[in-house]
Write a protein that binds this ligand. Structure first.
Ligand code: SF4
Length: 435
């Protein structure tokens, strides 16, 4: 059995051998950054807005434990159900329980990193439930059985030739390499799934504690179908997605598209506050009209409370998952999604350490150059390199040291220099220097 270092090193070598893919990732990442910078120039009072974003996220994390209770009360008050899952397994079991209650055979999903974190698709498929991703990038990744390579653009590394081949196969007819034709094929294919689905599963970009409102940001509009068409909606999100008020959540989703995709504003922001309801007949409230009859919110802890209690890493919970840090990262620009486990990049590595353990975080943590470009790109100005340094120190204590580092360390301890030169030679150098 190879160790974590060898496995990670080999994955990087394999990625670097695919030159076309690495070029595509770099080009796309640079383009998003260029768009972001242009978008920022067009927003009035951007500095004030960013200051407010930082205050909101810091306040939210400082009050997180209280806000979780507030979300529960707010969601239940509007007819939804609330569940706090301590672990990935608990969250998966809860989803399965709801699916079984409804004898669900088909589930449609909108993009959600949290469900990726808990491997929900694999779990449901093991229980004979078909899961269809509906975000185009996620759908492509799912069909090709690949790994997402960006928080907001998961299929960024896949060239259109490969995608046209995939759709030709799925549609049983020739689909050209023209992007509009490919997207039309996706539209046709997925329309049917939205209608037939028993359950829709979404993530959340933000949750407002005071109203229990779930904010969902999409460009494709798939989020609306997923959360509206099926009779049951399950939303799964990490506890850190909570913001104190609906106004705060608006501000977060105001800045998110700018940093995520370089857009002034995204095409759709869906606000969901409880299941569908009407009071149109004799002013008697009835749940379930055109939208889902049931709304279940599952908040996931899975190590986040440990992060919250840890002064070295608490700051990471402020992240709004825009991915802006990835786009400027020199390591990400070379190896894309290989730089991480489920969560990508340096900030993703901090999450990985808490959600999936030290071993999964070790490789990516040592890959970081500590150049701090990510901090400059981050709307929250998170000190990501500082957290990576702290993580490395904990990895070292836990026995995860990269062999080249170990060699340098041993050399210093044995010979007093990183190259392992005998002490005698060193003395000669010193004499030379003094002369
Ligand atoms: S660390 Fe900052 S730049 Fe990176 S995803 Fe989070 S909020 Fe965005």
């Amino acid at each position: 059995m190879k160790n974590w270092y060898e496995i990670y090193k080999n994955t990087i070598i394999e990625t670097l051998s695919k030159e076309e893919i690495t070029k595509t990732i770099k080009k796309a990442a640079q383009k998003i950054t260029e768009n972001k910078n242009n978008a920022l120039k067009q927003i009035k009072n951007v500095e004030e807005l960013l200051k407010r974003v930082r205050e909101i996220r810091q306040n939210a994390i400082d009050r997180l434990e209280t806000l979780i209770k507030e979300v529960k009360e707010s969601i239940e008050a509007v007819g939804g159900t609330f569940y706090l899952a301590k672990t990935a397994e608990e969250a998966n079991k809860k989803v399965l329980e709801i699916c079984e209650e409804h004898e669900a055979k088909l589930v449609v999903k909108s993009k959600s990193m949290t469900t990726e974190e808990i491997s929900l698709n694999e779990y449901l498929e093991k229980h004979n439930i078909e899961v269809v991703e509906t975000d185009l990038g996620e759908f492509i990744i799912q069909q090709l059985e690949e790994k997402p390579s960006h928080f907001v653009a998961p299929a960024i590394h896949i060239p259109r030739e490969k995608i046209s081949k995939l759709f030709s196969k799925l549609m049983g007819e020739k689909i050209s390499q023209e992007i509009p034709e490919i997207t039309l094929a996706a539209r046709k294919l997925l329309r049917e799934k939205f209608i037939k689905a028993d359950i829709g599963i979404s993530g959340a970009n933000a949750i407002a504690a005071d109203t229990g409102t779930i904010f969902l940001v999409t460009n494709e509009g798939n989020g609306r179908f997923v959360t509206n068409a099926p009779p049951v909606h399950i939303c799964i999100a990490g506890i850190e997605k909570i913001n104190p008020t609906i106004e705060d959540a608006f501000i977060i989703t105001r800045i998110l598209p700018v940093y995520a995709t370089g857009q002034i504003m995204t095409s759709y922001i869906s606000l969901i506050t409880g299941p569908s309801r009407t009071a149109d007949i004799e002013f008697t409230t009835t749940i379930g009209v055109h939208g889902p009859k049931e709304l279940h919110l599952i908040l996931l802890d899975n190590g986040r409370t440990n992060m919250l209690k840890d002064p070295d890493f608490k700051e990471a919970l402020q992240c709004i998952r825009c991915g802006s840090c990835l786009n400027v990262c020199p390591v990400y620009q070379r190896i894309g999604g290989t730089y991480g486990y489920k969560y990508i990049g340096a900030i993703g590595t901090i999450y990985t350490a808490f959600t999936h353990g030290m071993e999964k975080a070790a490789g990516p943590a040592y890959t970081c150059t500590l150049c701090a470009k990510c901090t400059q790109a981050c709307p929250l100005e998170l000190n990501i390199p500082k957290m990576v340094t702290k993580l490395r120190s904990r990895l070292q204590k836990a026995g995860y040291t990269a062999p080249p580092h170990q060699k340098v360390l041993t050399n210093i301890l044995n010979t007093g220099n990183p190259f392992g030169e005998p002490k005698q030679t060193r003395t000669t150098w010193m004499k030379c220097d003094l002369q």
